[in-house]
Design a protein around this ligand. Structure first.
Ligand code: ADP
Ligand code: MG
Length: 294
């Protein structure tokens, strides 16, 4: 395509709320044939809701929620925001100090003189916290119902877990159909558990064999790289800190406009409307600009 066509395409994108890093992006992305989709905040709304607070130690559920909420208030993860919001309804949250976090893992901090750790099993393990067989059974049962469960430990002993749920965005299923029509194979990628991932995949029309769950942020890069090694030209859409490296690795990185700054910086284009429909539109735009489709 001529530089003028590319510039026109870029301008047309801006009108549609699709911010393209440079004209060259359109040219580079003509051949994408696979689209890797982050689940939380990309396929789903990312506005999670707390469904249940399950106590596995000797403390009231309200106390557990308050401690978890105080630490999560320092994190911008959708899970963290849901827990903090829910906890804040019961009263003002204490300030957490000595805050630490691992993207795609969890958070840790000191609240009211106790150490609170919240996150996935590997994050607990990294902090030397070991759930008992009984804890694991309760947690697995919750996950089996298709909820997202997050461990909460107090002073390095498991105190319980919080179960959350998310909603698929209106339009995600239609957009995935459109992406298929454009010749792209959709792949779902998430740090969340497999039951939740499979439920979302079924709701939006992604094959179960193209679901990668329980993936760490580094693992997300590997999934993209493996697809590329198998000959695919990969677009990846994501919104989180945990997606940034994979967005950079992809042939075409697409960030949600509501996403974190790190994701937007790592991406080649950003869709301001935060929808997969706009992702399909962006790919159509690049093809149209380059004369691949009319
Ligand atoms: P996704 O790929 O679905 O966007 P992430 O990679 O961000 O998910 O997170 C993967 C998992 O890590 C979450 O399902 C959760 O168990 C855990 N996790 C990440 N951040 C937090 C946090 N702030 N608090 C608790 N758990 C977290
Ligand atoms: Mg996400």
């Amino acid at each position: 395509a001529t530089p003028t066509a590319l510039l026109t395409g870029t301008g047309r994108g801006a009108q549609l709320g699709i911010l393209i890093r440079g004209p060259q992006v359109l040219e580079d992305t003509r051949t994408v044939d696979t689209i890797v989709l982050d689940k939380t905040g990309t396929v789903t709304t990312g506005t999670m809701a707390v469904d249940d607070v399950v106590v596995l130690a000797d403390l009231p559920a309200a106390a557990l929620l308050r401690l978890a909420g105080a630490v999560e208030a320092q994190s911008e993860h959708p899970i963290a925001q849901a827990i903090a919001r829910h906890a804040a309804r019961e009263g003002r949250l204490p300030e957490a100090t000595a805050f630490a976090s691992a993207p795609g893992g969890g958070v840790r901090g000191t609240v009211d003189g106790v150490t609170v750790t919240a996150g996935r099993a590997s994050w607990l393990e990294r902090n030397g916290i070991r759930p008992t067989a009984g804890h694991l059974a309760a947690f697995a049962a919750a996950e089996g119902t298709g909820t997202t469960a997050v461990w909460i430990a107090v002073d390095d002993a498991v105190a319980g877990f919080i179960a959350l749920s998310d909603t698929v965005k209106d339009g995600s299923a239609a957009a995935i159909l459109r992406l298929r029509d454009l010749g792209l194979r959709p792949v779902l990628l998430t740090g969340d558990n497999r039951a939740v991932a499979l439920q979302v995949a079924a709701a939006v029309g992604i094959d179960a064999t193209d679901v990668h769950a329980g993936v760490t942020p580094e693992g997300k890069v590997d999934v993209v790289r493996d697809l590329q090694a198998a000959g695919a030209t990969v677009a990846m859409a994501g919104d989180g800190v945990n997606d940034a490296a994979a967005l950079a690795q992809a042939d075409l990185g697409i960030a949600m406009g509501s996403g974190t700054d790190v994701a937007i910086e790592a991406a080649d284009l950003t869709v301001m409307g935060n929808s997969l429909e706009q992702v399909a539109q962006a790919i159509e735009l690049s093809r149209r600009t380059l004369g691949t489709i009319k």
